[in-house]
Design a protein. Structure first.
Length: 156
């Protein structure tokens, strides 16, 4: 009966680190840290919404990976779903363009150094469990990374 609106959050992992974003609004959430993302719009799939939100909020080109199993209630009618995500080769580095005033890449020993929104704590914990932690290659598709400055030699 009651309508649920899905908010998608990205477990964006790069080089063994998870991106956390500090909200700048609304006041009751400002200063707390979250997984970047936003509401899925009518007619949109979750993975498309995730890529759109990451472009709007952070200025990055990213792709969604797997959904992390689980669902975390936010203020009704919203529920949080989390998806693994990665930056595409050639993407700009994330910048806090919208909704956030700071970003941090958190290494394996730093995940709990930021003041996550209460509802994000179980979601982040589950994301890390699902991704197998942030160890080397934990969330890295083979061949996903380009070595900066190194170009494929054209065929002889
Ligand atoms: N993106 C995101 N939102 C979260 C998380 N945890 C959490 O409680 N929220 C809340 C904050 C907001 O009330 C709501 C998502 O709203 P949003 O402001 O990020 O979404 P949006 O960009 O689509 O918003 P808008 O177009 O309506 O301004 O969910 C989280 O990890 N990521």
């Amino acid at each position: 009966m009651s309508e649920r609106i899905v908010v998608v959050g990205a477990a964006l992992v790069d080089d063994g680190r998870l991106l956390a974003a500090r909200r700048s609004a609304p006041v009751e959430l400002a200063g707390r840290w979250e997984l970047p993302g936003g509401k899925v719009e009518p007619g949109e799939t979750a993975d498309v919404a995730l890529v759109r939100e990451l472009r709007e909020e952070l200025g990055v080109d990213a792709e969604a990976g797997e959904r992390v199993p689980g669902e975390w209630p936010l203020r009704p009618p919203y529920v949080l779903h989390v998806w693994a995500a990665r930056l595409l080769p050639g993407s700009a580095a994330p910048k806090p363009l919208q909704d956030h005033d700071a970003l941090r890449w958190l290494g394996p020993g730093e995940i709990w150094d930021v003041d996550w929104l209460d509802q994000d704590v179980p979601a982040v914990r589950q994301a890390l469990a699902h991704l197998g932690g942030l160890g080397p290659g934990a969330n890295e598709a083979p061949g996903a990374k380009e070595v900066p400055g190194r170009k494929e030699a054209p065929g002889a």
